[in-house]
Design a protein around this ligand. Structure first.
Ligand SMILES: [Zn+2]
Length: 328
């Protein structure tokens, strides 16, 4: 939690006694605070996703005017994802919190914005230098080539997150001339993307009149990870055709999935991207955030960064940091 100008700001998770909650984006592991927060700071797109996808009623709880010195800047992750910047001009100190982010640009992703800051709080999803993501455009090409050629011999099923990765996959498939069949939940998310100007070409398995036509030939399906195995079995039995399965996740660099193909397409920063981000901020003090924060802090320290984990319930006071900086 951050103490600044009389506010107590929680970052993506529930904290006792907070009066403001920043929701960086609408992935399920970042919305716990949004359910009960008194006031929510989030982008318009995130608010739309909270309501349509997470079923969270935000009525009357959105902080429409940001407190003085607070600014939201783009984080390249999913639709609406933002970082929060707190600029205490009077005391000359600036803090930035990333939420989930990545630094690579590609046809399906923009670059994350960076600002100079005294304190940076960074996500720690991939904390180890041993995980290095490949060039994103190359991974995207691999997905397109594998899908196009595999489709000649059977049905292709991708298991993925319904929010964010599914839409990137659909975008890549569309570029390769493929209009995939998607699950109900993914089509709900797609509607929010469409409302924000990101048009995707797809067939909804549940309410699209084209679905029967598509099912006559081989097709590509994009479904939630949890549905992949069962759906693969039932489609094989029902159509008596070969079903090829695939996943597209950064975890492909760590785990071997029981699928025909796996692609390390990630919406997160790996360790080297994290360092690239921190170098761009030139932060003197780094707090790592989230489940792998201890490992990330240790690895950053080894590479000369002044880093430590920010624990749940722990408070960062901007004013105290000004005092310590002056003492330094
Ligand atoms: Zn996320």
């Amino acid at each position: 939690m951050i103490d600044f100008s009389g506010h107590r700001l929680a970052l993506d998770r529930k904290e006792k006694d907070s009066d403001l909650d920043f929701v960086s984006h609408a992935h399920s592991d970042h919305v716990s605070a949004a359910k009960s927060a008194k006031k929510i700071i989030a982008s318009d797109e995130t608010v739309q996703l909270l309501q349509a996808v997470r079923d969270i009623d935000t009525t009357g709880r959105i902080q429409s005017e940001l407190p003085q010195g607070v600014q939201l800047i783009d984080a390249n992750h999913i639709l609406g994802s933002k970082q929060i910047v707190i600029n205490d001009e009077q005391n000359g100190i600036r803090l930035v919190y990333t939420g989930d982010y990545q630094m690579q640009e590609s046809r399906a992703s923009r670059r994350t914005e960076t600002v100079s800051a005294d304190i940076a709080i960074v996500d720690s999803t991939y904390p180890s230098p041993s995980v290095r993501f490949d060039e994103r455009n190359a991974v995207e090409n691999d997905i397109q080539h594998w899908t196009s050629s595999t489709l000649k011999t059977g049905i292709v099923l991708f298991g993925t997150y319904a929010l964010g990765k599914a839409q990137e996959l659909i975008m890549l498939l569309n570029e390769a001339g493929i209009s995939p069949v998607v699950s109900k939940k993914i089509s709900v998310v797609n509607s929010v993307y469409a409302n924000n100007g990101i048009k995707l070409d797809y067939v909804s398995a549940y309410d699209d009149t084209d679905a029967d036509n598509v099912f006559r030939g081989n097709f590509v399906g994009v479904v939630e990870n949890s549905a992949l195995d069962a759906l693969s079995v039932s489609l094989t039995n029902f159509y008596n055709r070969k079903v090829f399965t695939a996943v597209a996740t950064g975890m492909s660099k760590i785990y071997r999935f029981r699928t025909d193909a796996q692609f390390a397409l990630s919406d997160h920063a790996d360790f080297s991207q994290c360092k690239e981000y921190l170098d761009a901020t030139a932060a003197k003090k780094v707090f790592t955030y989230g489940p792998n924060s201890a490992i990330l802090a240790q690895n950053l320290k080894t590479d000369g960064y002044n880093a430590r984990p920010l624990h749940k319930g722990e408070n960062i006071s901007l004013l105290e940091n000004v005092q310590t900086q002056k003492a330094d």
